[in-house]
Design a protein around this ligand. Sequence first.
Ligand code: MF3
Ligand code: CO
Length: 249
Amino acid sequence: MIHIKTKKQIETMRKANRIVARTLEILRENIRPGITTLELDQIAEREIRSNGAVPAFLGYRGYPASLCASINEEVVHGIPGSRVIKTGDVVSMDLGTFYEGFCGDSARTVAVGEVPERTQQLMTVTKEALEHGIEAMRVGNRLYDISAAIQRHVEANGFSVVRQFVGHGIGREMHEDPQIPNYGKPGTGVRLKAGMVFAIEPMVNMGGWEVKVLDDDWTVVTLDGSLSAHFEHSVAITSDGPDILSLPD
Ligand code: MF3
Ligand code: CO
């Protein structure tokens, strides 16, 4: 069942998501060659708690950190640790909060130093695919219009969308109905209504779409070892169009 949020609840979700957005900004300012992913996690947890929020990922199904930091061929759910960031790394940072009973969730991929042109394109196309998906979040459209808009942009640029992981409804819980694949048939799926709030999160690979989970039971990597990028926003559907909640104020 898809929960419809009131305007007031959406404003609370905006607060939860702005804390995520500001924290992601701070991580982007702090990421540099030599820093470990554990240090990034500590910065994130401190910032989230200093805003009166709680890290949403910490303890979720036993996840041991506040941040997911996924480097290069890692797609999502990389666990922070002693790994040192190097020049040329592509780092996906995914973060969630709980604030006043509601969840915020957003992610972005950043390059550390210079990266090849095609790597930059991978990140740009993933961010654009997210924007195309958000643009389809209009009252009267159908759910898989969002999925199809993402898939079309990714594949038109010669990249592939991960199929094993999806976007999701978000609200009092991090994962609510519906699941939102990043591929699908336009004109199908439930009709979109004002008050639905979705976390849209394309995961895009340079090579094939297949992925596997490492022995730590969390880290998702591309099967062919190719690079991957991930952008995510939490977005409310309103009668005036999509309202991105996870932007910094
Ligand atoms: N943005 C991810 C998601 O929506 C983050 C979950 S990581 C976890 O699924 F550790 F909390 F599982
Ligand atoms: Co999410």
